[in-house]
Design a protein around this ligand. Sequence first.
Ligand SMILES: [Zn+2]
Length: 282
Amino acid sequence: MSSEFSTLRDLQRIAEEFWPAATAEGWDRVGLVSGAGDAPLRRVLLAVDAVAATVDEALELDADALLTHHPLLLRGVHSIAEDTSKGALLARLIRGGCALLAAHTNADQPEGGVSAVLAERLGLISAEAIVPAESPRAGEVFGVGRVGELAEAVSLREFAERVAGILPATIGGVRVAGDADRRVRRIALLGGAGDSLLDHPVVRGADVYLTSDLRHHPAQESLEQSLAAYGPALVDVAHWASESLWLDGAAERLSARLPGVEFTVSRRRTDPWSFAVGGSAN
Ligand SMILES: [Zn+2]
């Protein structure tokens, strides 16, 4: 394959190899959203979200494809009229000659995936999946979330600061539920929204559960349970931030396979929050 002749189909093929569509959740919608397979591929922008800010960036870059983690069209769509926000985004991408594709829950489970990268950046040792699944490749840690140990126990506050140190800054920062001085070592984590695993025995057995979008009732119930039996402190980070770490590694791996194509990772913050007031100082 000559790099001058890379096409969108080459990107699709390699994306499918890294993140097989069959490993996505049943409700998910991954893969190509718009674009022609034989279109030439010179520049690709990677981002967590397909929103106005990243579509602007893709068109400014003259990118031939925008690869996002979150699918733009997840639920049934009956119109892409341009007076709808999604229709307008798609029309701009199509007119600008920029394809759109998504690698979502199929990019969550493998090595190099969203949770694996978080675990790696936090230095977790012998990380395993919280919910292991069969990998399409032999000998790979594969499945939802990761659980592993820090090289040595640290205080919960120190751990939270470490988490803040590896994530891009967001308005919400890192929110913690638990005693700041508690010693923690065994860390369970799930990049993106992780309410669903709060009661999982592996999470219950960890010292910390790190995830995003924890809501009042599920978080409170988990903490109340921990009064009676062992349970994790909770560390809640911005959804966008937790998933953004995956992009750099994905760009690197794609670039190694398509050396003639330029891969750029978006640095635009698509966390929805602009500012916060009234928080307490500690
Ligand atoms: Zn997500």
